[in-house]
Design a protein around this ligand. Sequence first.
Ligand code: ADP
Ligand code: ZN
Length: 227
Amino acid sequence: MKLVLLGPPGAGKGTQAQLLKKDLKLIHISTGDILREEMKKESPVGKEIKKLVESGKLVPDEIVTQIVAERLKALDSKTGCLLDGFPRTVKQAQDLDRILKAIQQPLDYAIYMAASLPVILKRLTGRRVCKKCGTPYHVKNRPPKKEGVCDLCGGALYQRADDNEGTIKTRMQEYTANTAPIIQYYEKQGKLLKVDSDRESEDVQVDLLKKFKADGKFDHHQNTTRA
Ligand code: ADP
Ligand code: ZN
């Protein structure tokens, strides 16, 4: 299964990705995580994009698309994947279609996680992320078992440099101007699956799994077979 997670910052894409990848055995490809990793390594790409990412602007299409293309081409045909944070522009969506066509792996769904502004703001300002594995937490809604420590890998939790009010505003503007038009793009293709993402991530997950089952995209067998 090939999935795209769409939605404004703070819609819960990262959290949903963590939940779905367990059920569906998907590879999670988060462009935000990959870019932050490049920045941490201070690679040439990392240095080039740092100012953009930290101010809430989008990184140029060519850079992100190339990163995603490499990862997708490296997957074998049976492996499903979950794209989180990509595509973010119509140009990226068109390029993704081309890449998937070349590897003969069509997209199954673009999941549009719709969330309202007050919910988004609360989620982003309380968000903490694992430095090591990228798992998202929330100080109130989704605290780790031990404060400041990742439940999954023991890594330290930190607050992202772009999770502050000023930068969140820029990210929302970028979303409205560049990313929201993708919703129509996938709607026209008949691939859009809209969910109310103001709700708890687990409730959203249940709805999504039901839909996949109803469409015959996911069966019990898939869940129990080990790779
Ligand atoms: P969120 O969805 O919470 O805003 P992400 O971790 O997905 O955060 O992305 C963080 C930042 O990384 C974005 O604000 C942007 O600067 C950059 N970025 C991530 N994915 C893309 C993309 N597909 N195209 C352009 N920039 C991107
Ligand atoms: Zn972790």
